[in-house]
Design a binder for this molecule. Structure first.
Ligand SMILES: Cc1ncc(COP(=O)(O)O)c(C=O)c1O
Length: 407
């Protein structure tokens, strides 16, 4: 199938790159935005702009309503038990740093263990690593099975009575695997540790139910789910949130300030100091409404079909190494690979000349690159607006680039 009725919703896909049609296959880095999101944000600035939570006038009340409706939408999207368990940040990175700066600072002490996986993005690794240095805690890693999946047997070994935090990506931004979050939650909770989930690569591609997963914290970025940059979400279980001192102080997060003391506002306002990215949050709401109208199942079906086409094409090509499971059933919409004797950046530059936009580099996962004994990989990742022509164009351009370097 070459048609994809959703392409027309994304104006950027009409763009030409190097006189070729844009073939956008870097959805893992950021997704493109549908017209509905662009319109909602333009409409807010054209007709609805006011600050939230402070004005008594109509425009301010309307802006606050629009902002708070998105909190409800996100809470429903994640199946949070209460809307107060959701608050807005700048990004996944910001959300994860927030957990480290609050829960980590308050509860991790010398001799404790923090357990991550070898596939973590730097955002879910460096903050924990730095906390471990500050506190005298130990950072431990869960390894992989031979086919590039998380090794649950190793998880059972690494997570011990000393573990305070287990921090793991729900889906890898390199290996394309989805991790067994429910089982990890059971293992972590059996040792009285909390489970922090980085949902950056999963939120747009699968239904997420934080109660079913039993995640203690769940972080994601709006820009990976067809929304704008500059907005992130952090979900936290209410009981945990109520034990935490805010990481930032200022306007909006107080209920009373005296000369020497401050009473904080209720949760979640207490965790949203200062003017938030109101327009961005409204854009996130429009993105969720859009994805709901497409249907997550429909998006998943498109992505699974294209991932299979991509994996099959790559595996059939001589001189290509694919990372992560080769079976399409086990592989999400992110496919990392290398071409023998050609640097990933040279492949990406060659593909760009054909209008094929993919990522090359370490993907902010340098420990994983070390684990795989590579410096970099090429990475193609599909979204709901891609079609089989996009994958064909990538495979055809890749053949030409390979031939060029082989000759
Ligand atoms: C798995 C994973 N975690 C975290 C992030 C960080 O997201 P952001 O840059 O939006 O904070 C990314 C971004 O690529 C990611 O892929």
């Amino acid at each position: 199938m070459t048609t994809n009725e959703y392409r027309q919703d994304f104006p950027i896909l009409q763009t030409k790159i190097n006189d070729e049609p844009l073939t956008y296959l870097d959805n893992a880095a950021t997704s493109q935005k549908p017209q509905a999101v662009i319109d909602a944000m333009a409409d807010f600035y054209a007709h609805g702009n006011a600050n939230v939570h402070r004005g008594v006038y109509t425009l301010a009340a309307q802006a606050t309503d629009r902002y708070e409706v998105v909190r409800d939408q996100v809470a429903q999207w994640l199946n949070a038990a209460r809307r107060e368990e959701v608050f807005f940040t700048r990004s996944t990175t910001d959300s994860l740093n927030w957990v480290v700066q609050t829960y980590g600072e308050q509860f991790v002490t010398a001799g404790d263990e923090i357990v991550v996986t070898v596939m973590e993005h730097h955002s879910n690794l460096v903050p924990w690593q730095q906390l471990a240095h500050r506190k005298g805690a130990t950072l431990k890693y869960i390894g992989l099975t031979a086919d590039g999946q998380l090794d649950l047997a190793d998880a059972r070994k690494q997570i011990t009575a000393k573990t305070k935090v287990v921090a793991v990506a729900q889906a890898s931004n390199v290996l394309g695997v989805t991790n067994p979050i429910k089982q990890l939650a059971q293992i972590a909770h059996a040792q009285n540790a909390i489970l922090v989930v980085d949902g950056a690569q999963s939120i747009a591609h699968m239904a997420v139910d934080v109660q079913d997963l039993d995640a203690d914290f769940y972080a994601f970025s709006a820009h990976k789910i067809y929304g704008p940059t500059g907005v992130g979400v952090l979900y936290g279980k209410y009981d945990l949130l109520s034990q935490l001192t805010p990481a930032q102080f200022g306007g909006e997060m107080i209920s009373d300030v005296d000369w020497q003391t401050t009473e904080f506002a209720a949760i979640p306002e207490r965790f949203e100091a200062g003017t938030p990215n109101i327009c961005g949050v409204i854009g996130l709401g429009a993105a969720l409404t859009y994805l709901q109208s497409v249907g997550l199942d429909t998006a998943q079906a498109i992505e699974q079909r294209l991932t299979k086409q991509l994996l099959t094409g790559l595996i059939a090509m001589p001189g290509i190494t694919v990372y992560g499971p080769e079976s399409p059933e086990l592989h999400g919409p992110v496919v990392a690979f290398n071409v023998d004797n050609v640097h990933a950046h040279d492949i990406a530059t060659g593909l760009d000349l054909a209008g094929v936009e993919i990522r090359a580099g370490h993907h902010c996962a340098q420990p994983l690159m070390r684990y795989l004994h590579v410096n970099a990989t090429v990475r193609a990742s599909v979204g709901l607006y891609n079609n089989s022509d996009d994958v064909d164009r990538l495979l055809t351009a890749l053949e030409s680039v390979k031939e060029f370097f082989e000759s």
